[in-house]
Design a protein around this ligand. Sequence first.
Ligand SMILES: [Zn+2]
Ligand SMILES: [Zn+2]
Length: 234
Amino acid sequence: MRDVTGWALTEVGGRLHPWRVPRRDPRPDDVVVRVTHCGVCHTDVHAVQGAGAADLPLVPGHEFVGVVEAVGPAVTRFAVGDAVAVGNIVDSCGTCAACREGEESYCREYPTLTYGGTDRVDGSRTHGAYASHVVVRDAFTYALPPGLDPAAAAPLMCAGITVWQPLRRYGAGPGVRVGVVGVGGLGHLAVKLAHALGARVTAFTTWGRPGSSRLRRWRSRRRPDAPAVARRSA
Ligand SMILES: [Zn+2]
Ligand SMILES: [Zn+2]
């Protein structure tokens, strides 16, 4: 066990402050990741603002990228120096029907969340990536493809996968029309991903009155094949 630098909520109604985050010694199938970039998901804000005494201490952060600093002896997919990414789940039962199909988010025993979860081996509370280092099972660690901007890639591990999954499941692509309601943290990624998949995309938004400068700016940047924008009433 070692302590690393991080940010935590330790008081109900308080603010995040520097805190020594306890990290386990790597197990045989663990990867030690030095966090270089971590997204600020709105869930983090909800978690901090809604935390009760039983949730403390709370170290948010569940969409991050970093560099492998050490690996356990059973890890074969990663080596020191590799760029990796981790999302909102760090473990699951591995044996239920959902886990066997790669749908760990539906694990019958509930997946272990990156923070605020309970470690399946030692029962400790999991702490997220608002910290210098995270120790995570290799099965829930993903190689970061070269050439991706790590700062832009970090939010793909939560917001991105959240919209990617339904787009893929329901066949977004050429000849398919996709409507995205709300162009926020998730919605703007859904617009980009659906467009990149070749779907015809319409974004529905409440921001900007018809003819407003904000909508004009959006439209002026559009290529002919870019997503359309429709305003919906609030
Ligand atoms: Zn999130
Ligand atoms: Zn399971």
